[in-house]
Design a protein around this ligand. Structure first.
Ligand code: ADP
Ligand code: MG
Length: 278
């Protein structure tokens, strides 16, 4: 965490102002009631190469969205833009109920607004127990010592126990995170996001490196997580996508090629061409 982030954490929270949507920047009316995140005309260039090219999509509240597409399609860059890691050249990302424009905020501010992101490689605190990892995460990165030696409030403890059940690790509660299997570490990291109650959960290749059995349980977990929150899964493994897919967005060369059910996108000749061509 950066110094700046710590300063904000310890002092009074800096106001996050989004500004009201203007006439030409309003979510399409038919979708407004359900939309939680609106990505509007995002372009990202790296040395003149357009990794994202006028990309637009909307995410609905509580939905489970899969984002697929060949290598280099822009999937990770999209997540980088939503989470504030990469600033786009143009376009907007709006958190809809509050009309907050995310592209002007820091990664820390965006996370605090309830957008949680899991990277491919698990980043748990190896030397601490599973429970302590969840505890640290639920304190939002406040001082490690303060967390470990401070008293945990009842509701907080209850929430952590709930998450332990959800991620299927209640028996590993007191185990050192460093001793967990790769798959269990991935679940723990999802748990570390869940204790912060994200509105939107972004998972980049959640089953990378997992056993078949772990992948199947991850599919169940991901399906459980949607509904109460919006879950976006970027994944290469088509068998996994098929297991969880409701609505699928296919990216290609930085924009949306096709969107719909798995059956619909799989039957789309443009999608077939793109996948056969790579
Ligand atoms: P995906 O996740 O769909 O495989 P990425 O979003 O990682 O694709 O990358 C999209 C394109 O942008 C790729 O061609 C990649 O090489 C390029 N790219 C991504 N990040 C950078 C960067 N920091 N600098 C230069 N090119 C990048
Ligand atoms: Mg990627």
């Amino acid at each position: 965490m950066t110094q700046e982030a710590l300063a904000v954490e310890d002092g009074a929270p800096a106001p996050i102002t989004g500004g009201a949507a203007t006439e030409e920047h309003a979510v399409p009316a038919a979708r407004a009631a359900e939309t939680i995140l609106w990505v509007d005309g995002i372009t990202v260039s790296f040395d003149g190469f357009r990794a994202l090219d006028d990309l637009s999509l909307t995410l609905e509240k509580g939905e489970l969205r899969c984002i697929i597409g060949p290598n280099g399609a822009g999937k990770t860059t999209l997540m980088d833009v939503i989470t504030g890691k990469t600033r786009p050249d143009s376009g907007r990302v709006e958190l809809v109920p509050s009309h907050t424009e995310l592209t002007r905020l820091s990664e820390f501010e965006i996370a605090r607004l309830g957008i949680g992101r899991k990277f491919q490689r698990p980043t748990v605190f190896q030397g601490h127990s599973v429970f302590e990892n969840l505890e640290l995460a639920s304190r939002g990165g406040k001082g490690v010592l303060r967390t470990l030696f401070g008293r945990l409030k009842g509701p907080e403890r209850g929430r952590i126990d709930e998450v332990l059940q959800l991620i299927g690790l209640p028996e590993q509660r007191d185990r050192r995170a460093g001793l967990l299997s790769h798959g269990h570490k991935q679940w723990l990291e999802i748990g570390m996001l869940l204790v912060q109650d994200p509105k939107v959960l972004l998972l980049d290749e959640p089953i990378a490196g997992m056993s078949h059995q772990e992948a199947e349980r991850t599919a169940e977990l991901v399906k459980t997580l949607a509904g109460e929150r919006t879950v976006v899964v970027v994944e290469h493994d088509m068998e996994f996508v098929r297991q969880i897919a409701r609505k699928v967005t296919v990216l290609h060369e930085g924009s949306v090629l096709c969107e719909g059910t798995m059956d619909k996108v799989q039957a789309d000749p443009r999608v077939i061409e793109v996948y056969l061509g790579t």
